[in-house]
Design a binder for this molecule. Structure first.
Ligand SMILES: *Cc1c(COP(=O)(O)O)cnc(C)c1O
Length: 227
């Protein structure tokens, strides 16, 4: 086995173990391979091992890979900060965006989403650790934000995304994920119809699974440290 196929098998086993340990249904947590800064060859190798969903942060790099690969089996997730002038390319080339935090950007994505494609799946990024430098809306803004998305029929609000500040302690890691899950349940009780929680990276994947994530975003554990 190559490094990537070995790493994929290890991560899949870790997800299964955590699902069992935290009473999650088997298969309820999906894996997004975060391929930013990685060559196209790494994506091909992962695809050969059955990994179809990839996350990218940098638009131009992602567009180069998407056109180089040109494979309809690939599902592309934009997970980086969004600049308003980049919305057209995101709307045209991606299946998901995880980092939506401005209605102005939502409108631009809606306007640019091509009619022959299904609505763009969107996750709203919450600034769950309350850090001023980070992207994301506050918990208090969420209900109004979701209501604001209802006009944008070319977008489909699927859920929430968080990237909490790194913590080493497992119990500390769980807290922001628990709070995000609580918000998710609260929004669904209000009729939001969300089905996706994008929480957990290499460092805190188990804590996110313990708190109900449905999708973990893994780069380092899969492809090695970024250079
Ligand atoms: C880079 C990145 C990841 C992957 O992090 P790893 O620690 O390499 O697993 C996940 N989510 C976002 C938003 C990222 O930018």
């Amino acid at each position: 086995m190559t490094g990537i196929s070995q790493a994929l098998a290890t991560i899949r086993a870790a997800i299964e173990n955590a699902e069992a340990r935290f009473q999650r249904s088997p298969g309820s947590v999906s894996l997004l391979a975060v391929s930013k800064t990685r060559p196209v060859a790494d994506i091909c190798e992962s695809l050969a091992c059955g990994q179809h969903e990839f996350g990218e942060n940098y638009l131009q790099e992602a567009l180069d890979k998407i056109s180089a690969l040109g494979d309809p089996r690939l599902i592309w997730h934009f997970i980086g900060p969004v600049q308003s002038n980049k919305t057209r390319a995101i709307a045209e080339h991606f299946h998901w965006i995880h980092s939506l935090d401005r209605l102005k950007v939502a409108r631009r994505l809606h306007d640019a989403r091509p009619a022959h494609l299904p609505p763009l799946n969107v996750l709203i990024q919450i600034n769950i650790s309350g850090e001023s430098s980070k992207s994301g809306i506050t918990a208090g803004e969420l209900l109004q934000f979701i209501n604001g998305l209802k006009d944008f029929t070319r977008l489909r609000a699927r859920g929430l995304m968080v990237l909490p500040e790194p913590k080493h302690d497992f119990e500390q890691q769980r807290l922001p994920f628990r709070e995000t899950r609580r918000l998710f349940d609260e929004m669904n009780a209000a009729g939001a119809g969300l089905d996706t929680l994008s929480m957990g990276t290499t460092q805190d994947m188990e804590a996110a699974i313990a708190e109900g994530t449905t999708l973990v975003r893994i780069g380092t554990a899969l492809f090695g440290p970024r250079r």
